[in-house]
Design a protein around this ligand. Structure first.
Ligand code: HEM
Length: 348
C-alpha cells in the first residue's frame, strides 16, 4: 500500500494544532537571529529555519541526524531545475542527476537506520515517522519500502515551498507597512515565551492568516499544476482525450476578476469579510485541491503565520533602496524571489 493513499495522520490539522508549541520556537529563533540594520539575503536563513522545524516535526529526536541529508537533497533538486545550455533527454545520467540520485540514496540509507533503530527498541515515537510505523486501523501497516520511498520527498516538502512563500510574505511586509502594522498589533497577543504558543493563539491571528493567504493567492509558489485524464471527458466545453495532461494555472485562476474583486490588488481583508474572494472550492488553488491536494497545508499555514506574526511584531521590514528589485523572479523552481534582500529594523 502506498503511503500517500493513507494520507499522513501526523500532518492533519488537528495533529498540527497539538504541536504549535514546538513550531513557534523555531520561527522565533529565525526572527531573533535576523541581523538588523543591514540588507540581508533572506531566503537561505528562512530555509534553514523552516528545514529545522520541518525535519523536527517529522522525526523529533532523530532530526539532527537527518537534517544534513535533507539539506543536501534540497540542494541537489534545486540544481536540477536550473536551466542548462542543453536539454538532455531524461535517460541521460547528467552530473546533476547523478548528484540528486546520490543524495536520495544517502537520505534513504540514513532513514533506514533510524527506522530499524526505532523498530528494534520498540519505541516508534509520537512524530510523523512514528505514526507511519504504527499500523493504522484503516489501512494496516505501511511497508518499510513505502515509508523509505515517500519520506525524503515529504521532508524536503516541509521547507522547500514554504520558504519560497515566506520570501513573498516578507517582501509584502516591506511593501505594505500598514498591513505589517496590523499584523504586529495582532501579534502582540502572542506569549513572550514562544514554547507557550498554542493553537488558540494561532486562531487569534486572523488578519495574519488572511495576509498569508492573500500573498499565496497573488504569488502561488506552485503556479502550475497538472492532472492526467484517465478517460475521454468534457471540461468547460472542451473534449479532453484519455491520457491527456491538463495544466491548471493557479496564478492566472487566482487573478480572475470573476472570482476575486480587484484581483491584482493586495488586500488581505478580502479573506476576512468574505466579500472580496469567495470560499468556494477551486477558487483558492495554491495548495492544489482534491485527492492530491497538499498534505502539508496545515503545517505550512502554521509555520508561515507564526513567522509572519513574530517578524512583524519585532521589526519594520524594508527593501534596499533604488528602483530595481533586489531579487530575480524565477518560475522554474516554483515562483520564487531568488536573491531577495531585506532589512529588519527593530520597532520602537
Ligand atoms: C506554502 C507552502 C506550500 C505550498 C504552496 C504547497 C503547495 C502544494 C501543491 C500546489 C501541491 C499539489 C496539489 C495538487 O496537485 O492538487 C502540493 C502537494 C503536496 N504537498 Fe505541499 N505545499 C506547501 C507546503 C507543504 C508542506 C509543509 C508539506 C509537508 C510535508 C507539503 C507536502 C505535500 C505533499 C505530500 C503533497 C503531495 C500530495 C499528493 O500528491 O497526494 N507541502 N503542495
Amino acid at each position: 500500500m502506498h503511503a500517500h493513499a493513507a494520507r499522513m495522520r501526523g500532518l492533519r490539522p488537528q495533529a498540527v494544532a497539538a504541536r504549535i508549541g514546538e513550531i513557534a520556537p523555531g520561527t522565533a529563533r529565525f526572527v531573533d537571529q535576523w541581523p538588523t540594520g543591514q540588507d540581508v539575503e533572506i531566503l537561505p536563513p528562512v530555509r534553514r529555519a523552516l528545514a529545522e522545524i520541518g525535519v523536527r516535526y517529522l522525526f523529533s529526536d532523530d532530526a539532527p541526524t537527518l537534517l544534513p541529508f535533507a539539506s543536501r537533497l534540497f540542494a541537489a533538486r534545486e540544481v536540477l531545475v536550473r536551466p542548462s545550455r542543453w536539454e538532455w533527454p531524461p535517460w541521460i545520467p547528467t552530473p546533476a542527476r547523478r548528484f540528486r540520485t546520490r543524495q536520495q540514496v544517502a537520505f534513504t540509507d540514513a532513514l533506514r537506520s533510524v527506522v530499524s533503530r526505532r523498530r528494534s527498541s520498540g519505541r516508534s515515537g509520537d512524530d510523523v515517522l512514528g505514526q507511519m510505523l504504527r499500523p493504522s486501523s484503516h489501512y494496516g501497516p505501511l511497508s518499510e519500502e513505502a515509508i523509505l520511498d515517500t519520506l525524503p520527498g515529504i521532508t524536503v516538502a516541509t521547507f522547500e515551498t514554504p520558504s519560497r512563500a515566506a520570501g513573498w510574505i516578507l517582501l509584502h511586509l516591506a511593501r505594505y507597512p500598514r498591513a505589517a502594522d496590523r499584523v504586529a498589533a495582532e501579534a502582540a497577543l502572542l506569549p513572550a515565551d514562544p514554547a507557550a504558543t498554542t493553537s488558540t493563539h494561532l486562531d487569534c491571528l486572523q488578519y495574519t492568516q488572511a495576509l498569508v493567504r492573500e500573498v499565496l493567492r497573488l504569488h502561488p509558489p506552485s503556479w502550475l499544476l497538472t492532472r492526467r485524464a484517465p478517460r475521454r471527458t468534457q471540461l468547460a466545453g472542451y473534449t479532453i482525450d484519455a491520457g491527456s495532461t491538463v495544466l491548471v494555472c493557479p496564478y492566472t485562476a487566482q487573478r480572475d476578476a470573476r472570482e476575486h474583486s480587484e484581483p491584482d490588488r493586495f488586500q488581505p481583508e478580502r479573506w476576512l469579510d468574505d466579500s472580496g474572494s469567495p470560499a468556494k472550492p477551486g477558487v483558492f488553488l495554491s495548495f492544489g485541491t482534491g485527492k492530491h491536494g497538499c498534505e502539508g497545508a496545515a503545517l505550512a499555514m502554521a509555520m508561515l503565520t507564526l513567522l509572519t506574526a513574530q517578524a512583524a511584531r519585532r521589526y519594520h521590514v524594508s527593501e534596499p533602496p533604488g528602483p530595481e528589485p533586489s531579487y530575480r523572479l524565477t518560475t522554474l523552481e516554483g515562483l520564487t524571489t531568488v536573491g531577495l534582500r531585506l532589512r529588519a529594523t527593530v520597532r520602537s
